[in-house]
Design a protein around this ligand. Structure first.
Ligand code: C5P
Length: 292
């Protein structure tokens, strides 16, 4: 049995995100393209003899029992009570809460993958994807990692092989957006029917062409925040710095600026630091796996 495992729990962004109709189960059907980001939390997982999950290093505002890592441990304990025992998790958090970068979902996927490894379960990826989808709509993607087109509520995944790498500047306004609330607000707004541009956007991602991709980025959640001063301020700073496109990440509130290349991103970051009060980072989008 492995004794401990350190995992980089990467963030994601959505290059394309169309929210379709509400479904009878309370979720919405989506059309989206996910890609992992270099930006990550670091999580250290250690097995425990006692059948408990101990977590440290997380902000105190979420009780441990509601942390998705605890839920991931519970799900695997229920499925494999004879094999899975306790888990200790020490986190170095970088990813913001309510930032639309999938931090909680990524942590949950990291926990599933780590428990699979630490307790020698050797579950097939499809089984881990299915268990992940029970924890949250984005968890399934993080189990696979890399880059994927997703439909259903986000859990039906078609991997995009060998996608391009892109340089980005992320601006993190301190305006956490609870996901469920963002969907409810979006439902209250009339929005245009989706144009059939998912395939074109996927091609631009595969080609690694930021200029083409910049024209095809869509995020329906921008309709919810378009008039918010923080969103305008972030977009303005990113564009003035030279971003090809400024756009909302997931359901918000992180705002991303797509750069033409690494030097472009450095220039954008300089400008954002000078003109915007919020923390900002240079990162890359590329196909990364959490463990496997
Ligand atoms: O799946 P997850 O727990 O991340 O979703 C949080 C909330 O976001 C759900 O309770 C639901 O209200 C909303 N949601 C949705 N459609 C999706 C994903 C999430 O309506 N495809």
């Amino acid at each position: 049995m492995t004794t401990a495992l350190t995992v980089r729990s990467h963030a994601k962004l959505n290059w394309y995100l169309r929210v379709l109709d509400p479904r009878p189960d309370g979720y919405h059907d989506l059309e989206t393209i996910f890609e992992t980001l270099e930006l990550a939390d670091t999580l250290r997982f250690t097995p425990l003899d006692a059948a408990e999950c101990r977590i440290s290093g997380f902000p105190p505002d979420v009780p441990a029992e509601r942390n998705l890592i605890t839920r991931a441990w519970q799900v695997l304990r229920e499925e494999f009570p004879e094999r899975v025992r306790g888990l200790q998790v020490e986190a170095e958090k970088t990813l913001p809460r309510g930032g639309g970068l999938g931090g909680g979902s990524s942590n949950a996927a990291a926990a599933l993958l780590a428990l699979d490894r630490l307790y020698g379960l050797s579950l097939p990826t499809e089984r881990l994807v299915e268990l992940g989808a029970r924890l949250g709509s984005d968890v399934a993607f993080f189990v696979m990692g890399g880059c994927a087109v997703a439909t259903g509520r986000g859990e039906i995944l078609t991997p995009l092989e060998a996608p391009g790498e892109f340089h980005l500047v992320l601006v993190l306004p301190d305006e956490p957006v609870p996901t469920g609330e963002a969907y409810a607000r979006l439902d209250a707004i009339a929005r245009p029917a989706p144009a059939a541009a998912l395939g074109e956007a996927a091609e631009a991602v595969k080609a690694g062409d930021p200029v083409r991709l910049a024209r095809l980025i869509v995020n329906d959640f921008e309709l919810v925040v378009v008039d918010r001063p923080w969103f305008r301020k972030c977009c303005e700073a990113l564009r003035e710095g030279g971003a090809l496109r400024a756009f909302l990440c997931g359901s918000g509130s992180t705002v991303a600026g797509l750069a033409e290349n690494q030097e472009g991103a450095a220039e954008i970051l300089r400008h954002v630091h000078e003109s915007c009060p919020y923390p900002a980072y240079h990162t890359t989008a590329r196909a990364l796996s959490l463990i496997r």
